[in-house]
Design a binder for this molecule. Structure first.
Ligand code: G6P
Length: 465
C-alpha cells in the first residue's frame, strides 16, 4: 500500500491547480523575480492565506518557474511540480486550452473543427502524464484522511487517479468554467468523454459555479456513463473580495492611473469600461461592434462617451488567441479612424496587463460591459460594482455564470446580438443617476455574498461532511 504511517506527517488540506499563486522570471542578472498569477481561480484560492497548514500543489509554467524549482526557490505552502516543458505544452495548450476550454465554452467553428486525430491522441497521452504527476505528488503530501481540492479542467483525471493511490482521502474537484451541454460534449471521442467523466467522478464531491453548469455536468454523466453515481454535486458561486478590492483601489498607484485615464478620456465624458483576459469566450470584438453601432445609430453620443477597453494577452502560445488579440486591436483602430476627432478618441484600448489601472477604470466606470459568449462566472462583473466611485450600470451577458446572481439589477444582453447590445449600452448610459446608484448598491451586495475565503471554507466543510 502507498499510504500508511508515513503520511501522518503530511498536510490535512491540499489544493491542486495548474496555475499557482506565483510565477517566476529569470532577470538579466540571473536572479528570479516573482509575479502573482491572474484569473478567477487564483483570486479565489488566494484566500487560503499564508498561515494555514494547507499545501498548494501547482505546475511550473515557464522556464523561470522550472529554474525556481531547481534552485529550491519557492513560497511556504506551495509545491511547484517540475513538469517537462513539452508535456506541459501538450496538456495545457493542446488539451486544456484548445480542446476542453473550447468544448465547455462552445468555441469551435464546427464545419471544420474539432478534428480528433493522431496529434490529439498524442497530446492526450501528455494530459494523462501531467495529471498523473499531480496525483502522485498529492498522494505523497497528504496526511491520512486529508481533504484534497482539485481545481479545473486541467486536472479532470486527478480525482480518479488519486482515489486509486489513496482511498483514504476526501477528494473534491471544482470547475471554474461552464460545463458543455450534452450534444456539444459528445463531440469528444467516446472513450475520452468517458475517461474525463470517470476521472472527475473519482471525487467524493464536485463543485460548480452555478446550478446551470452543475446540471449540464449531470446530464453528460447520464448520457455517457449512466449517471454521476455516488459523487455529490454542489454549487458555490465565488464572489468578489470586497475588503481587499476597496482597500487596494484606494492606494496611491490607483489614484495615479485614474489621473492618467482621465486625461485619455477627456473632461465631462461618460465611460463604458471592460476588462478581460484576451480570450475567445470574452466576446471583445462583438462588444466593440456594439459600441460602433451605438455611435453609428445614435450620433448624439459622439464626443460624449469613451469606451475604455483593457484586453490583457492570455495563452499567447496559441495562434487562435494571438489572432484574436490582433482582431481586437484592428476593430478598435477602425472605430477610432472612422469616428475619432482631434479632441476625442472613441476607444481607449490597452493590452498591457496592469492591475492598478484596471482598478482605476473600475472606479471611473459609468457602464461596465461584460458580454461573454459563455463564462463560468466572470469576476469583473462582480468587481466593478464594488469598486466604482459613483455606482455603475452593468451590461451583462445572460451566458455568464454571474448572471444567475446579478441578472435582476443588470441590463441583460444576448452576446451574439450586436444591435441589442448597442441598445443596452444606450439604455445603460441613459439610466437616471438615482436608479443607477440603487442598482449598483444591490449589485455590490449580491457580488460579495460569498467572498473567496468563505467560498473555500464552505467547500472544505461540505467535503469533510
Ligand atoms: C480561467 C480558468 C483558470 C485559469 C484562468 C487564467 O479562469 O478557469 O483555471 O487559471 O482562466 O488562465 P491561464 O491559462 O492564464 O491560467
Amino acid at each position: 500500500s502507498t499510504h500508511g504511517a508515513g503520511h501522518h506527517a503530511g498536510h490535512q488540506v491540499l489544493v491542486a491547480s495548474n496555475r499557482g499563486p506565483v510565477s517566476y522570471e529569470v532577470q538579466e542578472d540571473g536572479s528570479l523575480a516573482a509575479r502573482r498569477g491572474g484569473g478567477g481561480l487564483v483570486s479565489g484560492l488566494s484566500a487560503i492565506g499564508p498561515d494555514s497548514d494547507a499545501l498548494w500543489v501547482c505546475s511550473a509554467l515557464s522556464d523561470g518557474d522550472r529554474e525556481a524549482v531547481r534552485r529550491g526557490v519557492g513560497e511556504d505552502g506551495v509545491r511547484m511540480l517540475d513538469i517537462p516543458a513539452d508535456v506541459h505544452a501538450d496538456a495545457y495548450n493542446g488539451i486544456a486550452n484548445s480542446v476542453l476550454w473550447f468544448v465547455h465554452h462552445m468555441l469551435y467553428q464546427t464545419p471544420l473543427e474539432p478534428v480528433f486525430d493522431a496529434e490529439f491522441r498524442r497530446q492526450w497521452a501528455s494530459y494523462e502524464t501531467y495529471n498523473r504527476a499531480f496525483a502522485e505528488a498529492l498522494a505523497q503530501e497528504a496526511a491520512e484522511g486529508a481533504a484534497v481540492l482539485v481545481q479545473d479542467y486541467h486536472l479532470c483525471l486527478v480525482p480518479g487517479m488519486l482515489r486509486e493511490l489513496r482511498p483514504d482521502l476526501r477528494i473534491g474537484h471544482f470547475s471554474h468554467t461552464p460545463w458543455a451541454p450534452v450534444d456539444y460534449f459528445r463531440m469528444l471521442p467516446d472513450d475520452i468523454a468517458e475517461q474525463l467523466l470517470h476521472g472527475m467522478l473519482g471525487a467524493d464531491r464536485l463543485g460548480f459555479l452555478t446550478r446551470r453548469w452543475a446540471d449540464a455536468f449531470t446530464a453528460c454523466c447520464t448520457a455517457v456513463v449512466g449517471g454521476p453515481g455516488g459523487t455529490e454535486i454542489g454549487v458555490h458561486g465565488l464572489g468578489a473580495d470586497a475588503d481587499f478590492l476597496r482597500k487596494r483601489s484606494h492606494e496611491a498607484d490607483v489614484a495615479e492611473r485614474m489621473a492618467a485615464l482621465r486625461e485619455e478620456i477627456g473632461a465631462g465624458r461618460r465611460t463604458v469600461v471592460r476588462v478581460d483576459r484576451t480570450e475567445l469566450s470574452k466576446n471583445i470584438v462583438r462588444g466593440l461592434l456594439a459600441y460602433r453601432q451605438l455611435l453609428e445609430g445614435r450620433p448624439e453620443w459622439r464626443e460624449r462617451v469613451v469606451h475604455v477597453a483593457f484586453a490583457y494577452p492570455s495563452r499567447q502560445d496559441l495562434a487562435v488567441y494571438r489572432d484574436y488579440t490582433a482582431e481586437v486591436q484592428r476593430v478598435a483602430q477602425e472605430i477610432n479612424s472612422r469616428f475619432g476627432t482631434p479632441g476625442w478618441t472613441p476607444v481607449v484600448l490597452h493590452v498591457k496587463d496592469d492591475f492598478a489601472r484596471s482598478l482605476a477604470a473600475y472606479r471611473l466606470a459609468d457602464v461596465a460591459l461584460v458580454n461573454p459568449i459563455r463564462d463560468g462566472m466572470n469576476l469583473v462583473a462582480k468587481e466593478v460594482p464594488v469598486v466604482s466611485d459613483d455606482g455603475c450600470v452593468l451590461v451583462l451577458s445572460r451566458e455568464a455564470g454571474a448572471h444567475a446572481e446579478l441578472g435582476d439589477d443588470a441590463i441583460t444582453v444576448n452576446p451574439y446580438d450586436v444591435i441589442g447590445t448597442a441598445d443596452a449600452l444606450h439604455a445603460a448610459l441613459c439610466l437616471p443617476a438615482a436608479e443607477r446608484a440603487e442598482r449598483s448598491k444591490r449589485l455590490a451586495a449580491a457580488a460579495t455574498a460569498l467572498p473567496p475565503a468563505q467560498w473555500f471554507v464552505d467547500q472544505l466543510e461540505a467535503l469533510r461532511g
